[in-house]
Design a protein around this ligand. Structure first.
Ligand SMILES: Nc1ncnc2c1ncn2[C@@H]1O[C@H](COP(=O)(O)OP(=O)(O)O)[C@@H](O)[C@H]1O
Ligand SMILES: [Mg+2]
Length: 378
């Protein structure tokens, strides 16, 4: 019998994580799925460290597959379970002590889908039950308000411990702050240098972010002032770099990676996300057209020894959902939804691994001597 990834996922959607109350496909728990002639194999990865429910979820998964495909499926089925180990939360100092992991979403070029990835990743992480915030650091062209259909909204300002704090707006389980909530979108683009960096500092330090598992920071394109301000203000756990598979985009990616990984900034690069990997028309979901070239990021990741965290297809729904403020990952069944859930699951395990193997990142101190910037870790 020939099995397909779609039919297997359809079947596994019947299995609900008892504590999270959501199905295991939606939670992004199914990884490395291979389905074909007389073969089904996959791994079940729990979003929770030391999840005691994993073995019963494994059992429930094989029952679901037997119900869908009949008893013979047991002969061809291989299920592995991965239990992430408990990660001691890294010690954090300075602003945002309640935030366990700060993840920068960066790219070399603009328009490669950084904000789209940040938005869908944030919602996908929140769907796993994690506490998630998203800070729009693209002060020159904030797009988060539109992508959440929150244009014209204004965060409440509250006096907390004698400080005027901004209360992030919450939608789809994600706490959001963006300069776009405070200024006319047409004005933001004329912001320059110190004004822009001050605005970012305020979003970080005067945002009432509270307790978060992940705070994602959606950066502007390139490697500029805003990036330096970010690494001076907070200790960034790691960076995720978004690119298309195209050669010119990849050249800029290398610059972005060099900035984070350089010894002065020293923020670990957690991996690459290949966006617009292939085009898939809605009416021909099996077809893939590699319009920006094939597997450019995958190869670059291999060459640089980095992880490729996900390949996101170019689909019309991602663009339309971005414009209408309903992130594509909310449709857990479609290819975009599955790709973003996979990204979230892979990133969660990568962060756990990073926190086990490496020390917490230090904030960067920048002093100005003789007109030259001297960058050194604090
Ligand atoms: N995978 C995708 N499929 C379809 N459209 C996409 C995809 N990724 C991004 N887009 C669209 O491309 C445009 C640029 O994306 P955006 O996330 O704003 O890029 P960036 O933040 O890197 O400048 C947006 O209109 C967005 O909807
Ligand atoms: Mg953007």
């Amino acid at each position: 019998m020939k099995y397909t990834a779609e039919s297997v996922l359809q079947s596994l959607r019947q299995v609900v994580h008892p504590e999270k109350g959501k199905d295991i496909v939606e939670l992004g728990m199914i990884q490395n799925l291979v389905a074909g002639e007389g073969k089904i194999s996959f791994e079940i990865q729990s979003p929770k460290a030391n999840d005691p429910l994993l073995s019963s979820i494994k059992k429930a998964s094989s029952i679901a597959l037997r119900n869908s495909f009949g008893g013979e499926v047991e002969n061809v089925l291989s299920i592995k379970v991965n239990t992430p180990v408990v990660t001691p939360a890294p010690l954090r100092t300075g602003p945002l002590p309640g935030v366990k992991n700060i993840i920068a979403i960066a790219s070399g070029k603009g328009g490669v889908g950084k904000s789209t990835v940040a938005v869908n990743l944030a919602v996908a992480l929140a769907k796993t039950g994690a506490l998630v915030g998203l800070l729009d650091a693209d002060v020159y062209g904030p797009s988060i308000p539109k992508m959440f259909a929150l244009e014209g909204e204004r965060p409440e300002i509250k006096n907390i411990n004698n400080k005027e704090m901004m209360i992030p707006i919450e939608k789809y389980g994600v706490k959001l702050l963006s300069l776009g909530f405070f200024v006319n979108p047409d004005d933001a683009v004329v912001w320059r240098g110190p004004m822009a960096t001050n605005a970012l500092k305020q979003l970080i330090t005067l945002g009432d972010w509270g307790e978060l598992d992940y705070l994602l920071i959606d950066l502007p394109p390139g490697t500029g002032d805003i990036h330096l301000t970010m690494v001076q203000e907070v200790a960034v756990t790691g960076a995720v770099i978004v690119s298309t598979p195209q050669q010119v985009a990849l050249a800029d990616v290398i610059k972005g990676i060099a900035m984070f990984a350089g010894e002065k900034i020293n923020v670990p690069v957690l991996g690459l996300v290949e966006n617009m990997s292939w085009f898939t028309p809605a009416e021909l979901p099996e077809n893939k057209y590699f319009i920006f070239g094939k597997e450019g990021c995958k190869q670059l990741a291999q060459n640089l020894g980095l992880d490729l965290l996900a390949q996101i297809p170019l689909v019309q729904s991602i663009c339309e959902n971005g414009d209408s403020g309903t992130p594509a990952v909310l449709n857990s069944g479609d290819p975009a939804g599955i790709a973003f859930s996979t990204l979230a699951a892979n990133l969660i395990s990568k962060i756990e691994k990073r926190n086990l193997e490496m020390n917490p990142t230090k904030k960067v101190e920048i002093t100005n001597t003789d007109g030259c910037d001297v960058v050194k870790p604090k």
